[in-house]
Design a protein around this ligand. Structure first.
Ligand SMILES: NC(=O)c1ccc[n+]([C@@H]2O[C@H](COP(=O)([O-])OP(=O)(O)OC[C@H]3O[C@@H](n4cnc5c(N)ncnc54)[C@H](O)[C@@H]3O)[C@@H](O)[C@H]2O)c1
Length: 428
């Protein structure tokens, strides 16, 4: 069996390798030639994917990468894993999906299965993607070719999370589409969970991410309320999670980050308006979570003030630039908002992140591009007036940090187990 996987990023590359390991011949397609060239040389650009995992599949001739779409003619299935960001008005931008659909359509054959994996609002597969595929190919979905949606579930940074063992939701346009998609995924993934439609599958993914966003907002709100009462939210969560039923622990932080949780819920908000529906929980969670960086900045101000210093003119270090512990992914990271907010208040900003040695050029933060992580040594760390722990990477030695810094703003409870002097750590 030969398939194509389009979009070789955090989702598409591990999925390609999983299919390849399962004996399926995978052609990976990406518009970024640097990525396809790197892959064909056996190089990885994602930290948790080792070179050997790519090299093995290249050697076995189970995997190759290209920027050309004509190979679609030869495959029995196409899986689309392209980005679904928000535009500058925070509305869904499905242009990557539509562009991909248009690029596939001229080569689409009768009987081919097309599956969308990108997170998106209900209706994207059976309205938007279907339209461009049908227009460009002259074929009819459900009759001439199969169409399905199957959301990706990734847990970046979790070494126990393996593509093959995460149950896979699948919804098809027709019964036959569903069966084709289940047959495809069962080659590489252990448990397939069928649902009645593409829309139900799209809605399932959104529920999962909205659930996280709302629960993170809840503990962020309680963090602020409890702090005013001099109660430590971390102690409370650790106690609450001993309840064996009806409770699931979520943790506060400096704000949401990553490509999913800050973005996906608003895909539903936008689509719900078409049906005259409001998404008040989603909006409220968004409001609370996006207020967190400002809360952290206020705590930095208090902490510095207690040492008769102001933000203006102080040297402030952010520890952890990636949005999540133990990963190198800095997309939508609240650390960037902290850098911007504090710089605007006159602080001299720097960061330390063992996973992000230098800031790559991005559309969102071009002004930080090229900035390098400071080295981790006593002299450097001591030179900062305040240190904010924004992401709690496991490699960071928090005991050293506790010894080297006089003022630490801890948004992750990373200093909890260190023997720190009273008055040094400010939880935020
Ligand atoms: N990263 C995660 O943990 C995660 C988890 C679940 C779901 N998702 C969803 O999966 C989708 C992909 O996310 P990602 O993190 O892999 O993104 P990514 O940015 O890492 O990768 C996307 C890839 O698609 C390529 N691309 C863009 N337009 C293209 C086109 N027209 N044709 C071919 N390739 C194209 C890009 O060059 C890039 O390599 C998104 O919808 C995201 O919401 C991501």
């Amino acid at each position: 069996m030969k398939i194509a996987i389009i979009g070789l990023g955090y989702v598409g590359l591990p999925l390609s390798l999983q299919f390849a390991r399962s004996g399926v011949e995978v052609v990976g397609i990406d518009i970024d030639k640097q990525k396809t060239d790197a892959l064909n040389r056996g190089e990885s650009y994602i930290q948790h994917i080792p070179r050997s995992a790519i090299a093995e599949q290249l050697e076995a001739k189970h995997f190759s990468a290209t920027t050309g779409f004509s190979v679609i003619r030869e495959v029995s299935a196409v899986i689309i894993c392209v980005p679904t960001p928000l535009n500058k008005n925070r509305e869904p931008d499905i242009s990557y999906i539509l562009q991909t659909g248009k690029a596939i359509a001229p080569y689409l054959q009768r009987g081919t299965l097309v599956v969308l994996e990108s997170t998106t609002y209900p209706g994207t597969t059976d309205e938007d993607l279907r339209r461009v595929l049908e227009e460009g190919s002259g074929l009819t979905a459900g009759t001439d070719f199969h169409l399905a949606f199957s959301p990706e579930r990734e847990d970046p940074g979790n070494p126990d999370s393996k593509v093959a063992s995460i149950p896979k939701i699948v919804g098809g346009l027709t019964r036959a589409c569903l069966e084709k998609a289940m047959e495809l995924y069962s080659k590489a993934i252990k448990t397939i969970v069928p649902v009645s439609s593409c829309r139900a599958a799209e809605a399932t993914k959104l529920l999962e991410n909205i659930f996280r966003s709302v629960n993170i907002a809840l503990v962020n709100e309680l963090k602020v309320v409890y702090a005013a009462m001099d109660i430590d939210i971390w102690e409370v969560i650790n106690a609450a999670k001993t309840k064996p039923f009806g409770y699931m622990a979520f943790y506060p932080g400096p704000g949401l980050g990553g490509h999913c949780i800050p973005i996906d819920p608003f895909y539903l908000t936008w689509k719900a308006r078409e049906y005259g529906q409001n998404t008040r929980f989603i909006e409220l969670a968004g409001e609370i979570n996006t207020a967190m960086p400002q809360y952290v900045v206020n705590r930095v101000g208090e902490a510095l003030n207690s040492q008769r210093k102001s933000i203006n003119g102080s040297k402030v270090l952010i520890v952890g630039l990636a949005y999540k512990a133990n990963v190198d992914d800095d997309r939508e990271s609240p650390s960037y908002i902290l850098l911007d907010l504090l710089k605007a208040r006159g602080a001299e900003m720097a960061y330390y992140d063992p996973h992000v040695p230098v800031i790559r050029p991005t559309r969102e933060h071009p002004h930080w591009s090229g900035t390098k992580s400071v080295p981790w040594d006593k002299e450097t760390i001591e030179s900062f007036d305040a240190v904010i722990v924004s992401t709690a990477h496991a490699e960071v030695d928090y005991e050293q940090l506790a010894n080297w810094s006089r003022c630490i703003i801890d948004t992750r409870n990373a200093l909890a187990k260190t023997s720190v002097q009273p008055g040094v750590v400010w939880k935020a």
